[in-house]
Design a protein around this ligand. Structure first.
Ligand SMILES: *Cc1c(COP(=O)(O)O)cnc(C)c1O
Length: 437
């Protein structure tokens, strides 16, 4: 697999380089030079394959040489040790549940796969330093990454999250891991956290003191495994004789929907994609006005999507050769307020007896909005990106009482929590890193 930078088409780096650098030095994002098409035979027979078989075929085609198929297979088996079922609400509406991993959010796919890819590629190097993973999170990434790397030899994770802007369960997930995981509460927004991480990567002194790498959705090793479940969802619908699918994706940094669009480019037949955002509506505004104007992030009920300047957006533009009219043929974007979100949650519960987290409810609202304007015989599949029990403060008492809390969360509260607190100034963060080697 060769990758270029979205700021420089002539650059060509190896998979290993892209994984460990995470960002090209020109501050673009890595993208595959070639996105291979899967054989039409494989696509036609998707219903015969398991999630793991699908993952192997997709990953083999994308990654190629750097990881031999047998090793890739073992890595996938370890990383994807949980299911991603499609649950039908009715013939034309279904949910793809991506929250059955250890952190109860879809980011487990990316984090668990990436941590094992990094450990695998590190093992092959002589005299390597500890691999220091820096993560900015608006909530769920950090938990998934922490659990993804927890106890993986030769790695250490530092998580930055916006103080007071993640849910209590999320905070407990970020701060109670110990071992090779550290958490820092930053007195600012998610964008501030992301800026600190970006600055750290561009700092020469830190670059020589540490072997730094990123675990954000910007890392190419996070994007790859997120393509798997789109194929796997299609496989499950195919088993019901359904071929005409619209995917609705709760979107913040746009990594998840970006992976869906890569899957589509590899040959997955998808009628249309819906990008569903909260009031952080930079992309819906862009598709309406053709003018990309990022804004500072706004705090909402769906806090994992509180992103004012989605970092993966540039990748999506590249997939469509920066042609927004091509893009609009395949992607429609919707923004919903907190009030809408509460309505979506209530509606799903009363109409279908289904309890969705606020992010998931927003994707559901997008399917409803799309269906209203686009009647036809297709099935709208909205992605459930987190388990509702992670957001107890969002639900009215009746719905809250009906949520089944999984074991992972029940045991969480009793674990001791530990965190550092820092401001948004880069110097402070840098000094802390140097003082805590
Ligand atoms: C991260 C996250 C999102 C947004 O995904 P992106 O890939 O950043 O667009 C949506 N829902 C939940 C629960 C998340 O954790």
């Amino acid at each position: 697999m060769k990758l270029y930078s979205t700021n420089n088409k002539d650059l060509s780096v190896s998979f290993r380089e892209a994984v460990f650098n995470s960002l090209p030095s020109d501050k673009g994002l890595y993208m595959p030079v070639e996105i291979p098409s899967l054989s039409s035979d494989f696509i036609a027979k998707l219903d015969q394959y398991s999630l793991q078989e699908i993952a192997l075929e997709v990953a083999k085609n994308l990654i190629g040489n750097p990881i031999p198929a047998a090793d890739l297979n073992a890595l996938i088996a370890e990383a994807l040790n949980f299911d991603a079922p499609v649950v039908f609400l009715d013939k034309h509406t279904a949910v793809l549940e991506l929250f059955h991993g250890p952190s109860l959010a879809f980011k487990d796919f990316g984090a668990r796969f990436m941590s094992r890819v990094m450990a695998y590629l590190s093992k092959e190097e002589k005299n390597h330093k500890v691999l220091d993973v820096l993560v900015a999170t608006s909530g769920d990434t950090g938990g998934a990454v922490a659990l993804g790397f927890l106890g993986v030899a030769g790695t250490r994770v530092t998580i930055l999250y916006p103080k007071g802007k993640v849910s209590p369960v999320q905070e407990q997930q970020l701060t109670s891991n110990d071992q090779n995981i550290r958490a820092i509460a930053i007195d600012g927004t998610f964008d501030d956290c992301q800026t600190l991480v970006k600055e750290a990567f561009n700092d020469p002194e830190l670059a020589s003191a540490f072997r730094l790498t990123s675990a954000n959705s910007i890392n190419i090793a996070r994007l790859i495994p997120q393509t798997f479940y789109y194929f796997h969802a299609y496989a499950q619908l195919l088993r019901q004789g359904i071929k005409n699918i619209v995917f609705a994706v709760p979107s913040g940094n746009f990594g998840n929907i970006g992976a869906g669009l890569v899957a589509h480019k590899m040959g997955l037949p998808v009628k249309h994609f819906l990008a569903a955002t909260n009031s952080n509506d930079t992309v819906p505004r862009f598709l309406e006005t053709d003018s990309y104007e990022p804004k500072p992030s706004i705090q909402t009920l769906s806090n994992a999507m509180d992103v004012g300047n989605p970092s993966n957006w540039i990748r999506i533009m590249d997939l469509f050769e920066k042609d927004s009219s091509l893009l609009k043929e395949k992607v429609t974007a919707y923004a919903f307020s907190d009030e809408d979100t509460r309505r979506g949650i209530e509606e799903l519960y009363t109409d279908y007896g289904y309890i969705a987290c606020p992010h998931t409810a927003i994707a559901y609202l997008a399917t409803e909005a799309y269906k209203e304007k686009n009647p036809g015989d297709y099935t709208a599949v909205f992605l459930a990106t987190a388990h509702p029990c992670k957001f107890p403060e969002v639900f009215p008492p009746e719905i809250l009482a009906a949520i089944d809390t999984p074991e992972q969360v029940k045991s969480l509260a009793s674990r001791p929590s530990k965190k550092e607190e820092l401001g948004t100034a880069f110097q402070g963060f840098k000094q802390w890193l140097l003082a805590n080697r």
